[in-house]
Design a protein around this ligand. Structure first.
Ligand code: TTP
Ligand code: MG
Ligand code: ZN
Length: 221
């Protein structure tokens, strides 16, 4: 191990999560850039599924960094064994696209002394959690949740909205669809729309009951 501030035995997980357009990749790049000045060795990985960029991670402002791609998260172990210099930090972008074994991989890396930076979408376009991100959030030492700006009201944009033919995408659409501005935008929880999303009966009933309850109170005052 190199003799620098990160040289002592340690290891933990730092997660950056949030919706699209929040600057997750930018934040990951910022964290990595700092390491250059501290002479810390790091390696960046990302799942092969994201075709927007190949063998690199990119921020929205065009900054890029080389990355190694994997199909199966255990390939990260193989790649580390092939390296001449043992890195001290392992970074993984777009982790939501990796299969569940990424959770054990992150955990093992942290136990073995690596500092693991992970960047991932927290929720899909249906406003449902990406389970892999949820599990990593549970085992991470640090969780940084970034927000974008709702394009309707300026409130924190926390949910990615998929748009098809200028309309909010239906609940039944497949979860994975690589894209950018042409397919996605970001909304707050109040402006996010997902036609066809099933509502829990109890919630539906409470909505009606509450409306009636408030109306009754209003007419009584
Ligand atoms: P991100 O890197 O999360 O998007 P981003 O670059 O806008 O965000 P940031 O600036 O914070 O880094 O990439 C998200 C990818 O995931 C993109 O290709 C679209 C895809 N995607 C899905 O496949 N399904 C989904 O439900 C959502 C929300 C996104
Ligand atoms: Mg990104
Ligand atoms: Zn809004």
């Amino acid at each position: 191990m190199k003799n620098n501030a990160f040289g002592k035995e340690r290891g933990w997980i730092e997660l950056i999560c949030g919706p699209m357009f929040a600057g997750k990749s930018e934040e990951l790049l910022r964290k990595l850039k700092r390491l250059d000045y501290a002479d810390v060795v790091y390696k960046v990985f990302k799942p092969k599924i994201d075709t927007r960029t190949k063998n690199e991670i990119a921020s929205r402002d065009g900054r890029k960094m080389k990355s190694l791609e994997f199909d199966n998260p255990y390939e990260i172990f193989e790649r580390i064994l092939e390296l001449d210099i043992n890195p001290q930090v392992i970074a993984i972008d777009e982790a939501q696209f990796a299969d569940e074994s990424i959770v054990s991989v992150c955990e093992a890396l942290a136990e073995l002394g690596y500092i693991v930076y992970v960047s991932a979408l927290d929720r899909n376009f249906k406003n449902e959690p990406f389970m892999v991100t949820g599990k990593i959030a549970c085992i991470a030492e640090y969780v940084e949740k970034l927000t974008a700006i709702c394009t309707d009201c300026g409130a924190p944009g926390t949910v990615t909205q998929r748009i098809v033919n200028d309309k909010p995408s239906n609940y039944d659409e497949p979860v994975v669809q690589i894209g950018n501005y042409e397919k996605y935008t970001v909304k707050c929880r109040h402006h996010h729309k997902i036609p066809g999303k099933p509502t829990i009966d109890e919630v539906k009933k409470f909505k009606t009951d509450l409306k009636n309850h408030l109306k009754k109170k209003e007419t009584n005052t």
